[in-house]
Write a protein that binds this ligand. Structure first.
Ligand code: ADP
Ligand code: MG
Length: 403
């Protein structure tokens, strides 16, 4: 019996299959296939810099080849009608009367339209179908991918005729102001500004960014899904965010140079401990040390020192577990198992935590050994079935070009 996990979701993202799927549910597409367009937006995996984005620090995500695609025909009637390829569910709204959020997945699309309108980006209606290979609610940013794919589909001009970073900020606004999740910029940034074959460093204060090379000749990125979707995330996320803001405000009251945890240095942490309770102190210590680890990871990657990358990712994981307290036992188990496999250079949880996925930097020849070890050990330890994805780093959202 094979111990291999099933490959990525069965969803068929090939242009031909997507055209046929749209034609099957949308008579306009069947009648005039030449008008069909396809857009794509990738998910992302964060290599290091967790919960630092909303504290105006550093993040190092890569856009990955698990993605959301929308095949659609544009219309001039101002109506947006989308079918979920996974469930067949159809949802709609009108660009002229977007209204309030409804509590369903269409909110991510309607919210993007709302934010695009607010930014003055010209839009038109559409009939489309959404197809995805990206696990949802798993810390790989399916929400941001859906927003970016929607933005590319809704905007009259390619990408709304704004820079990818500006489009990312519009999509973040959609999630903050319409869907009601107070997320930072990282997810939308990665889906919009991803670079093929590389990760991307973002300074969340200045919004400067640059690509950071990965050792992908010898190694590959492996995402391992715990089999449990994130739980409690929105409420716990907002609690963490409020704790970080309280910590920055406490130190900022006596030090005007401190406006966010980005401004707190390790030398200031003892004073922080005097000012705030232990929980809030440990939350802030995670952010301060994590920003340092992002910078050190970039130096280690540049030097080709993967042993150092491994130590930094392990320290990040421990800090997220002990100080930030967002690591579930399942995430811990996956990182522990990975550490026993020769050729796994680095492993840590990725994304907001409370379930979801780990990220592993693995020698190409060791991916099968890691997969086998995880499949052998993890289900017995947790009662859950993991999923293993070897992923490539890909470019940010845009049209799918067929050649
Ligand atoms: P994450 O961004 O980590 O995947 P979120 O909770 O932020 O998790 O976003 C997940 C939500 O995004 C889903 O509950 C759903 O509403 C929406 N979503 C993601 N992918 C799709 C899809 N392919 N089709 C419809 N809705 C989707
Ligand atoms: Mg999300």
């Amino acid at each position: 019996m094979s111990t291999r996990p099933p490959a990525a979701e069965p969803a068929d993202l090939a242009p031909g299959a997507m055209r046929a799927a749209l034609a099957a549910v949308e008579p306009r597409a069947a009648a005039d296939p030449g008008t069909i367009r396809i857009v794509r937006a990738p998910g992302r995996v964060n290599l290091i810099g967790e919960h630092t984005d909303y504290n105006l620090g550093f993040v190092l995500p890569a856009a990955i080849d698990l993605e959301i695609r929308i095949a659609f025909v544009p219309t001039d009637d101002g109506r947006v009608e989308l079918v979920s390829g996974a469930t067949g569910e159809r949802a709609r709204f009108d660009l002229n009367t977007i209204g309030q959020r409804r509590g369903s997945w269409i909110d991510y699309v309607a919210g993007t339209a709302w934010a695009l309108a607010e930014a003055g980006v010209a839009m038109r209606g559409l009939r489309g179908i959404i197809v995805s290979s990206l696990p949802t609610a798993s810390g790989l940013s399916s929400s941001a991918a859906l927003e970016l794919a929607s933005a590319w589909a809704l905007a009259d001009a390619p990408g709304g005729d704004v820079a990818p970073l500006a489009l990312a900020r519009i999509c973040q606004r959609a999630e903050n102001g319409y869907v009601g999740v107070n997320c930072g910029l990282m997810d939308q940034f990665a889906s919009a500004c991803g670079v093929a074959g590389a990760s991307v460093l973002l300074d969340c204060r200045s919004l400067d960014f640059r690509s950071v090379a990965l050792p992908l000749v010898t190694h590959t990125l492996v995402v391992i899904h715990t089999g449990s979707t994130r739980s409690l995330t929105t409420s716990q996320y907002n609690v963490r965010r409020a704790q970080c803001e309280a910590a920055a405000a406490a130190l900022g009251a006596e030090n005007p140079g401190v406006q966010s945890l980005r401004d707190v240095t390790p030398a200031m942490l003892p004073r922080m401990r005097d000012l705030v309770g232990d929980d809030v102190f440990r939350r802030s210590r995670h952010i301060v040390t994590e920003n340092g680890r992002v910078v050190e990871t970039i130096d280690a990657l540049a030097a080709g020192d993967l042993a150092a990358v491994g130590r930094l990712w392990a320290a990040s994981h421990a800090s997220l577990r002990d100080d930030f307290e967002v690591v579930s036992p399942e995430l811990d188990a996956l990182v522990e198992i990975a550490a026993t496999v020769p050729g796994v250079a680095a492993a840590r949880m990725t994304g907001a935590g409370f379930g979801g996925c780990t990220i592993n930097l693995v020698e190409r020849g060791a991916v099968d050994a890691l997969t086998d070890r995880v499949m052998a050990d993890y289900p017995g330890r947790t009662g859950l079935m993991p999923r293993v994805y070897a992923v490539d780093a890909v470019a940010g959202a845009g049209f799918v070009t067929e050649g």
